[in-house]
Design a protein around this ligand. Structure first.
Ligand code: ATP
Ligand code: MG
Length: 222
């Protein structure tokens, strides 16, 4: 039995948007993941709390966004921990929850380029498998810089149509994947809401309804 591949896709998801879902599906399909878990942080270590919607709302929206997407799921592991969300803690919990699985961190080039600010990042870089997704505004070169003098054989740029075989994972630890990323960010969604502009197309319809009914990100609401 091949080991199941599971993606750990963390983020603030403030709110989750169609770019996240599009990218998660692309990773699931291209890398043949059993599941990609979208993991909203409870308290992101590197972002302030200004304009941050409550964790329960962010989690609820992720649940709505993945509802009709097979192979995508929301994970409450960080929200339920109710503490500052460090990937290194989450990884330990996920290892226990998915014994025998191959766990991959999934993140955009912009996030990977900042990994040196993560707690215990050296350990994480050595310990895990990484899927680094293209994102408009996040250059692959910036992400590569983080890897410094690590041997090129650890990295693999997966081109269209190529499969990632289990045998490749004996060497490769950093997989760069072009997900045809959508040019959408949570900041842009929040700004549109604040300015009363439409967000149809930027977030899944159920998320749009949730934002409206819970009056999140409105001008008069922080
Ligand atoms: P913000 O604008 O508030 O920073 P964001 O859109 O960047 O929000 P985050 O929650 O910060 O969303 O990102 C979580 C993860 O999703 C990161 O790894 C980020 O690189 C990735 N990501 C965000 N938007 C996209 C996108 N459009 N395409 C691919 N990856 C994305
Ligand atoms: Mg971001």
């Amino acid at each position: 039995m091949p080991r199941a591949r599971i993606g750990l896709f963390g983020g603030t998801f403030n709110p989750v948007h169609s770019g996240h879902i599009h990218a998660a599906r692309a990773v699931r399909d291209r890398l043949e993941f059993r599941e990609v878990l979208l993991i909203p942080s409870y308290r992101p270590p590197h972002k302030g709390t200004v304009g941050l919607a409550p964790a329960q709302d962010r989690l609820a929206m992720v649940r709505l966004a993945v509802r009709d997407c097979p192979g995508l799921a929301a994970s409450a592991v960080e929200v339920e921990a109710r503490e500052t969300s460090y990937a290194v803690l989450t990884l330990d919990k996920m290892k226990a929850a998915y014994p025998g699985a191959r766990l991959f961190f999934v993140l955009g080039t912009d996030a990977f380029a900042e990994i040196e600010t993560w707690k215990d990042y050296r350990h994480l870089l050595e310990e895990c498998l990484w899927v680094i997704m293209s994102r408009p505004g996040g250059a692959r070169a910036d992400a590569r810089r983080v890897l410094g003098s690590r041997p090129a054989a650890l990295c693999r740029v997966l081109t269209a149509g190529e499969r990632l075989r289990d045998a490749d994972l004996a060497r490769v630890r950093f997989i760069f994947l072009d997900v045809d990323a959508l040019d959408i960010s949570s900041s842009a969604v929040r700004e549109a809401v604040r300015n009363g502009r439409p967000i149809a197309g930027l977030v899944p319809p159920a998320v749009e309804d949730y934002l409206r009914s819970h009056q999140l990100y409105r001008k008069d609401n922080g």
